[in-house]
Write a protein that binds this ligand. Structure first.
Ligand SMILES: Nc1ncnc2c1ncn2[C@@H]1O[C@H](COP(=O)(O)OP(=O)(O)OP(=O)(O)O)[C@@H](O)[C@H]1O
Ligand SMILES: [Mg+2]
Length: 302
């Protein structure tokens, strides 16, 4: 089966009404529902994905959620560098059987967890059936311990980025007021929507000076999208202002939300986290963590 056929098959699957929205815990504190899986992505590089993912994750943790970040930029260990962490192991060690999933998790600020990705994610499809089943069952038990999986992807429209976007239940497209960022975001949305049938996107504008500016950026994107991609749904999630405290925190390998909780961007990350928690996932799908990995396993790498 070629890649297009595989993806077509995936999109055609009838979703079951998996428990979504609010997590349900049993008496031992185990999450009985499956976590939300949210992918943070962008057309253009350097627009702030890693910072947004990590600070948003931190703010969600502060709101009482159990959050795991998957560092899925397979070229660079993004989140690790941002947080000054040096994980010894990554997913590759789980695939090879050297480590269990819980053994490779890294602790971040405030109790945030990080799952170090590896280019080995692309080798998921090559695992034997029993290796796949073992990995999925490990993922499922990990899924019961978290509420939200946030995925920090690489930029652009390569296969990995497409896969992570398709396998996720929700996606946040990040862009900035720069015209090139707008055209690249549109190009990404066009591919995901036109070729792969993804219909809903949340849009977050980073590095805006005001809500007004962010809204005008969003409007420009929706006008083009409406004209060419008629069945698309774009939601304005909000914006993160330009904040000089953010690069300052980055230089110290700390999160701005942790180091400068009162700064403009940190306050916005808190707002954003609250908004995400208020809003139900856009679609009722099998968008749980096991589904996510199963989907990745089904992709043909070409
Ligand atoms: N809201 C902001 N205010 C000020 N500076 C920012 C803001 N957001 C991002 N930056 C700056 O942009 C830099 C790049 O951000 P980040 O590494 O998060 O981008 P990215 O999209 O993950 O990049 P890549 O595509 O290379 O993975 C940060 O180190 C920071 O200096
Ligand atoms: Mg990054």
């Amino acid at each position: 089966m070629n890649q297009a056929e595989t993806l077509e098959k995936m999109m055609a699957r009838t979703p079951s009404a998996a428990a979504q929205g609010l997590a349900v815990y049993d008496s031992l504190g185990t999450n009985m529902s499956q976590p939300r899986v949210i992918c943070v992505t962008s057309g253009k590089g350097g627009v702030g994905k890693t910072n947004v993912t990590s600070n948003l994750a931190y703010s969600l943790v502060k709101s009482g959620k159990k959050v795991l970040i998957l560092d899925a930029d397979l070229n660079l260990a993004n989140v690790d560098v941002l947080l000054g962490l040096t994980p010894k192991f990554n997913l590759q060690h789980v695939f090879s059987g050297e480590k269990t999933l819980p053994e490779i998790l890294v602790k971040g600020p405030g109790g945030l967890r990080i799952l170090p990705g590896s280019s080995g994610i692309l080798e998921l499809a090559d695992l034997t059936e029993s290796q796949k089943l073992y990995f999925l069952s490990e993922m499922e038990s990990l899924g019961r311990k978290i509420d939200i999986l946030l995925i920090d992807t690489a930029a652009g429209i390569n296969n990995n980025v497409v896969y992570f976007n398709l396998a996720s239940q929700e996606r946040i497209v990040l862009l900035t007021p720069e015209p090139t960022s707008l055209t690249d975001a549109y190009a990404l949305i066009k591919v995901l929507s036109g070729q792969y049938g993804v219909k809903r996107f949340r849009v977050l504008v980073n590095l805006a000076y005001s809500e007004k500016e962010a809204l005008s950026v969003f409007k420009k994107l929706s006008v083009v999208a409406d004209r060419f991609l008629s069945t698309l749904s774009l939601d304005f999630l909000g914006y993160i202002p330009y904040d000089d405290k953010l690069p300052k925190a980055v230089r110290g390998q700390r999160l701005v939300a942790d180091l400068y909780p009162d700064s403009k961007s940190s306050q916005m990350f808190v707002k954003l986290a609250k908004r995400l928690l208020r809003e139900e996932p856009e679609v009722q799908t099998d968008g749980n963590i096991k589904f996510f990995w199963q989907e990745l396993m089904h992709f043909d790498r070409q």
